[in-house]
Design a protein around this ligand. Structure first.
Ligand SMILES: C[S@@+](CC[C@H](N)C(=O)[O-])C[C@H]1O[C@@H](n2cnc3c(N)ncnc32)[C@H](O)[C@@H]1O
Length: 326
């Protein structure tokens, strides 16, 4: 699988307009990335694949109604750019908005389809209760990062929820192999049982736990080389790589109703998935299209076998040092 969107004739994805989505065909895998401009509640019902329920995977990282400035690099209406007002809604209005896009997205899925929602503590419970009415929860994962805002009167927030739902647990797409990591039994305890597994897993590897952290899993801040200017809420590429690899296949269709800086699009396109994204702000949509054309910053496929143990070996490796490494 190509890790970068390389091409002899690089096709740059233009920005979408209200009237017309923009599109790019990957020069090697021939999958399409398509971006729409507008409010996803108006745009989604017009998309043919949504109407025909052809979507395999939805990943949604919505506005949180936290008074965030979602496109600082072009705030205001310069160049006709309309910025999503992230503090305009009451709690009730925000939940009505949320249920509306959740229903549109779950209605777009194939019977084998899955949906992931990235959401903070503020809204996770309401979303889980709503989705449970029509879908099945597979995992309530937590993305843990080490760079929360300091607080003195309560615990420091250091997580966001990654809610994983499917239409039908019997039919859902599930590919653990590309996301496997080194088990603690191998990296800490040198336990021989993990080298000869009876559960069908490759030796020394396991499916990651439901709390996600590690190298490159921090918030995209400071001098992180993935960082796109003006985006407070950009997700790390490794996060989307894990989600897309485990719950879709090459050639499948991935939908993100809130493109933002384009992380889902850039990773899905590079991993050989078809992609549809929607974004309210023209400036963000333009930036996301540029990013999809350029490809990811990190090399994909590097996470398999990585070690997430929180301490070093507890005893000397009886089989020599090399077994401790993935
Ligand atoms: C949390 S950010 C997404 C960040 C993205 N996951 C990333 O990695 O860059 C939410 C985005 O949704 C956009 N947005 C807010 N409301 C929208 C709506 N109703 N329809 C489409 N896009 C919307 C905002 O402009 C913002 O760019």
């Amino acid at each position: 699988m190509p890790s970068k969107a390389t091409s002899s004739k690089p096709a740059v994805m233009r920005a979408p307009t209200k009237a017309k989505p923009s599109s790019r065909i990957h020069p090697e895998t021939k999958v399409e990335a398509r971006a729409y401009l507008g409010d996803c509640r108006e745009v989604l019902p017009t998309i043919p694949e949504v109407k025909k329920r052809k979507v395999d995977l939805v990943f949604a990282d919505p506005p949180f109604n936290w008074a965030r400035d979602y496109d600082k690099h072009m705030a205001g209406s310069a160049g006709g750019n309309k910025v999503w007002d992230d503090k305009a809604m009451s709690e009730g209005e925000y939940l009505d908005f949320t249920y509306e896009w959740l229903d549109l997205c779950s209605g777009a899925l194939k019977p084998s389809g899955s949906m992931w929602v990235n959401i903070p503590d503020t809204w996770a419970a309401e979303i889980v209760v709503h989705l449970k009415k029509t879908m099945t929860m597979v995992n309530w994962c937590v993305w843990h990062y080490r760079f929360g805002q300091n607080t003195r009167g309560k615990f420091i927030n250091s997580k966001v929820h990654a809610l994983y739902f499917c239409k039908n647990p019997e039919l859902k797409t599930w590919n653990p192999d590309p996301i496997l990591e080194t088990s603690d039994r191998r990296s800490i305890y040198f336990d021989a049982r993990t080298e000869d597994k009876r559960d069908g897993m490759p030796s020394g590897l396991r499916v990651p736990m439901d709390v996600w952290y590690g190298k490159y899993w921090g918030r995209i801040q400071g001098n992180n080389k993935e960082r796109r200017p003006g985006h407070d809420n950009q997700l790390p590429e490794v996060y989307l790589e894990r989600v897309i690899e485990c719950s879709s296949n090459p050639g499948d269709l991935v939908l993100d109703p809130f493109l933002g800086s384009g992380t889902t699009g850039v990773v899905a396109h590079a991993l050989g998935r078809n992609f549809i994204g929607c974004e309210y702000s023209k400036a963000n949509a333009r930036g996301a299209c540029e990013r999809i054309s350029n490809g990811p910053i990190r090399e994909l496929g590097q996470s398999r076998g990585s070690v997430t143990a929180i301490h070093g070996p507890r005893r000397r490796n009886p089989r020599g040092a090399s077994k401790a490494q993935a």
